[in-house]
Write a protein that binds this ligand. Structure first.
Ligand SMILES: C[S@@+](CC[C@H](N)C(=O)[O-])C[C@H]1O[C@@H](n2cnc3c(N)ncnc32)[C@H](O)[C@@H]1O
Length: 223
């Protein structure tokens, strides 16, 4: 199937509707939590591509206030309804928004997190994304990125570690597997990398597959 931005968005929408969003169940939250910087009490965090909001719920549990954006309207509505039921609308809220055009004003957030969204954005748009993250972060704010690593041995039967460009398309969805050098190049001018870790996760749906995720914590440089 050909990859287009519209097909990709439909894929995410359909996955949330049918419960086939397998990424939600990758237990990355443990590792991500260990890398969180010390933030001021009541800090405001933006989660980009928030999906079902499980990472945002974790951040609320740690005492932060969280705004999440996702471009799939139906999941945003669903998560807002759930947090209303659970009674923490004063600590978290979700909005429809695109990672390349973040619907918040400059210098709003103490930290921005992205678990698995940048990897679905086309290379041509990476600069829009990084400029937006930089713009909405407060001075010296933190950014945690979790992305597919090029060192991954096997993903849907494909071998990312043997790939030259790290690009892969399946069911009309674009995936990019990042090398450490790419993360340096994409973020290096605007951010300083302060920690980078790798974790391997065996696939439950595709026996023999395992993905390696690259966790990178960065801090916004002053301009
Ligand atoms: C792999 S999922 C990860 C979801 C969630 N962060 C998690 O860890 O479970 C990628 C998410 O990014 C969203 N997404 C993809 N491209 C986006 C974009 N350009 N702007 C906003 N959200 C986007 C998708 O709808 C999906 O929820």
């Amino acid at each position: 199937m050909e990859h287009t931005p519209a097909v990709q968005k439909q894929y995410f929408q359909f996955a949330y509707q049918t419960g086939s969003d397998i990424w939600t169940h990758i237990p990355y939250r443990y590792q991500a939590e260990t890398m969180l910087p010390t933030l001021p009490e009541d800090a405001l965090v933006l989660d980009i591509g928030a999906g079902r909001g499980l990472w945002a719920a974790k951040l609320v549990g740690l005492g932060y206030r969280v705004l999440g954006i996702d471009y799939v309207e139906s999941i945003v509505e669903k998560v807002n309804a759930r947090i209303k039921e659970d009674g923490y609308t004063d600590r978290a809220r979700f909005m429809v928004g695109d990672a390349r055009d973040i619907p918040f004003v400059d210098s709003s957030f103490d930290m921005v997190t992205d678990i698995g969204t940048l990897q679905h954005i086309e290379e041509n748009d990476w600069h829009m994304y990084t400029d937006e993250v930089y713009r909405v972060l407060k001075p010296s704010g933190y950014y945690l990125n979790v992305s597919l690593s090029r060192t991954t041995p096997r993903f849907m039967g494909w071998i990312p570690k043997n790939s030259i460009d790290g690009n892969f398309t399946k069911f009309g969805v674009h995936y990019h597997f990042f090398s450490e050098e790419e993360i340096d190049t994409i973020f290096g001018e605007q951010f300083t990398i302060i920690d980078q870790q790798f974790e391997t996760y065996e696939s439950k749906s595709d026996p023999g597959d395992s993905v390696i995720l690259m966790f990178t914590l960065m801090q916004k440089n002053s301009n």
